[in-house]
Each structure stands twice: as structure tokens, then as C-alpha cells.
Design a protein around this ligand. Sequence first.
Ligand code: C5P
Length: 337
Amino acid sequence: SGAGPLLFGVPLKYVSLVVLTVQNSVLVLIMHYSRIVSNVRYYSSTAVLLNELVKFFVCLYISSRESMHENEGRFEIRRVYQDIMGGDSWKMLIPAGLYTIQNNLQYVSVSLLDAATFQVTYQMKILTTALCSVLLLGTSLGVMRWVSLFVLTLGIILVQLPSGASTAAVSVATKAAASARFMGLVSVLVACVLSGLSGVYFEKVLKGSRKSVWTRNVQLSLFSMLPALFGVLVVDGKGVRSNGFFYGYTWWTLAAIACQAFGGLLVAVVVKYADNILKGFATSISIILSCLASVWLFDFHITKAFVVGTILVIYATYAYGKYSAPGADSKTGGAAP
Ligand code: C5P
């Protein structure tokens, strides 16, 4: 089966997972900061739309290059159009809608919760993804991989415990703050379910056809623009019409958009060369990176629970990889031996 394509001699699968880990840590910090840096809040629906626009053009470029390559170097717009709009392109309508809601909810939660609480709770998407894999794809995980998932969850909870920011938030909690926190948690949980559903669905369509991941992503971002535009015109419509599309934007907003778009492209690569569940583990390691960043950026203290949780997360990641069926390369999530 081989290790797939290499980058500087390292399998792209691992490069993409490591880069995703770093990207995830950076995104949460930038996104959260972008929401609080100015007392004028930008409309997050506009950021979601711009994110899709960026991904659309990047993927369109790569997908056109691929199409040229298959056509002896000649660019034919009809070919590119056919590739994108033809056949079963409609299948991307479903994840496009779900991801757009998820991306909007991500902004809602990151505004209502502190960065640490958001990030750790968002890791529940590993469980929702595994459940969707099992229920929708009929993936068989085997006992040891279920155990790894359980250990991972435990580790995440432990890492989360000492979060200085969230305990401070609780101790000064007024009723309003508590209800904001509750709304934040609900919106993260819904985002987790949407993430699991759309991730698994995307992987199934991608691996079940010969269309490239870039073509699939052109379809995905193209179809996402409709619901994203709905968000801008209807959900935030009143404000956008009176204050303008870029109201409240700072450089941090643009950084958040760029980082989110880059992350979306990375997710596509990871799903192609690894799978959704491995992706989850990569992002859970990013919790540790963010906590370490918090030690340096803020006044975050490392506790015993944090160290134990970290060891559990790393061990679970290792164990999950180890108990993948040998040779199956975790692509099908084949039955554990
Ligand atoms: O948290 P999760 O991994 O589910 O987030 C996926 C993110 O990646 C979403 O922002 C989604 O819009 C993006 N994505 C993408 N292309 C894919 C899959 C996801 O841009 N093929």
C-alpha cells in the first residue's frame, strides 16, 4: 500500500497532520483574539463568506492545473467546468450546508467562551466523528481503538481542568455570564455533531469517486457560498446593510479568515491522505500546544492534572495508530486484528 506521496522525504500524511496540529492551536488563539481586540465586533458571517471565497479561488487554481495536466498542458474552460459541475457534484450540497452552519457556530462559541474551554470542548468532535464513521460508514473500530478514544476523552478532560481562564470566568460568573457560557457550550456541541457528520460524508464521497480532492473542495466552497451569503444578508443583514460588510474589521479578522481558510485546505489534504479520526487526534495534540502557548502568553500554570492529561492524549494517539489494521493504512478503518 506504501506511504503515499512524500514531502522532503516525509510522508505527506504525517506532514499534513503535524501542520494541522500547529494551525489548530494558532487558529483558536487568533480567532478568539480577533473577537475581543476591538470593542466593535465584526459580523462573523462576513468572515465565513470570505473564508469560502479564499478557498474557492485556491482550489479552483489547483483543480484547473490538474485538469491541464490531464489534458496535455492545454487549458480548456469547458473541461474545468464539466469537472466541477458535472456528474455527482450535487452530493457536495449537503456538507456545504452543514459546514457553513458549523463555521458560523464556531465564531459564536469562540466569542462566548474563553479560548481554552472552547478548544477542549470542541475536541468532542473526535467522538462524534467516530460515531458517525461507525454508524454511517459501517467502520469497525475494534475494542482497542474504542479504548484509545475513551482514554483520549479522559485526557482532554484532565488537560481542561486547570484552565486558569475558565475558573476565573466561573468565579466571577453572573447570571448573564453563566447563560453566555451555556449558550457557548451548546453551540460547540452542535458544531461537533455537524463536524462529525460532514467530515464523514465528505470522506465517503471523496474516496468513493475518482474526482480529486481539489475539485471536491471547489464544489464544497462554491455551494457553501449560498448559505454563507444567507448568513450575511439575512442573519446579519440589518447590521451589514447599515454599517457595511467590513464593519469592525481589524488585521486580526483578516488573519483569522486566512488561518481558517488555510485550515480548511489542510483538512482536505489530511482527509485524503489520512482519515477523519486521525485528524481528530492531531487536533487534540494541539490543545497541549495551545496550553503551552498560554504559559508563555498568559499566566498559565502547569498542574499535575495537566501533565497526566497530556500523557493520556499522547498515549491514546499512539495507541490508536498502533491498533489500526496493519497494511490497511487506516483508510477504510478496517477491522482491528
Ligand atoms: O473542525 P472540523 O475539522 O470539522 O472543521 C473543518 C473545517 O474545514 C471547516 O471550517 C470546513 O469549512 C473546512 N473544510 C474544508 N474542506 C474540506 C473539509 C473541511 O474547507 N474538504
